[in-house]
Design a protein around this ligand. Structure first.
Ligand SMILES: NC(=O)c1ccc[n+]([C@@H]2O[C@H](COP(=O)([O-])OP(=O)(O)OC[C@H]3O[C@@H](n4cnc5c(N)ncnc54)[C@H](OP(=O)(O)O)[C@@H]3O)[C@@H](O)[C@H]2O)c1
Length: 230
């Protein structure tokens, strides 16, 4: 059994991932930026709460210290994310871009920087980045795919970056398994419940990657049916 940290675990896909891992017997740190929401969620599921705002260096460093001192970590799941500003692409500003990229992209760098030293003490060090098919060049250029029907430049490019960070960290950390998950279009607050998949279906790829116990390929992105093209 593993010790796993999930960011943005107070609701949505992060919460369901925590529920499934705890049900399977794993130890789970449920991270949330808001203490009240995070503690409530952790109490509901039997997880351990840790305060963690993925945009805040000090918050991330403090969480890494807390978890290292409590016995370490096997699996890091970088799940927290936002869609950020929507609407007319031409009205999007650089400030909008920095906001989305800070939460979705720089957060992965911030978390990797802080937690790789903790993961190095594990015999099965694993990083799962929650990316999206919305960041797949193949999917957004395929008229048969739902991802091609949407124009969300900031969110979609941020997830392309998450997938590329996954590939690059996989190459830089050959002793670890670093992969990305595409949940698919899943009913959460993220899309005001309009997604097609249940949270159980949406977490299938995340749970699969988080429970490989250090085996399997690295540097890939998968959804619940298999490998997603870049
Ligand atoms: N739902 C989908 O269809 C779908 C599809 C593909 C990929 N994804 C990805 O899946 C991940 C989870 O999405 P979701 O659908 O579960 O969305 P959600 O229900 O909106 O949950 C997002 C989570 O991220 C947290 N978060 C946002 N900014 C944060 C920050 N600065 N620090 C720490 N936590 C922060 C939120 O915390 P608060 O409650 O405090 O806001 C919340 O816990 C995201 O990366 C998203 O891009 C979702």
């Amino acid at each position: 059994m593993t010790t796993t940290l999930i960011t943005g675990a107070n609701k949505g896909l992060g919460y369901e991932t925590a529920r499934r891992l705890i049900e399977a017997g794993h130890t789970v740190w449920m991270a949330a930026r808001d203490e009240q929401r995070g503690r409530t969620a952790a109490d509901e599921l039997g997880g351990s709460f840790v305060q963690l705002d993925v945009t805040d260096d000090q918050s991330v460093a403090d969480a890494a210290e807390t978890i290292a001192n409590a016995g370490g970590l096997d699996v890091l799941i970088n799940n927290a994310g936002i869609h950020g500003a929507l609407g007319d692409p031409i009205q999007l500003t650089a400030a909008d871009a920095l906001d989305v990229y800070n939460t979705n992209v720089a957060s992965v760098v911030r978390m990797t920087h802080a937690f790789v030293p903790v993961l190095r003490d594990s015999s099965i060090p694993t990083i799962v980045n929650v990316s999206s098919g919305m960041g797949s060049f193949t999917f957004v250029l395929d008229p048969e795919r739902v991802e091609s029907s949407l124009i969300m430049p900031l969110y979609q490019s941020s997830k392309s970056a998450v997938t590329m960070l996954t590939v690059q960290y996989a190459k830089a950390l050959p002793d670890m398994r670093v992969n990305a998950a595409d949940p698919g279009y899943t009913k959460t607050d993220f899309n005001e419940g309009h997604g097609h998949f249940t949270v159980q279906e949406g977490t299938d790829a995340i749970v699969e990657l988080a429970t490989r116990e250090g085996s399997g390929p690295t540097g890939t992105i998968i959804d619940r049916t298999g490998v997603v093209p870049f």
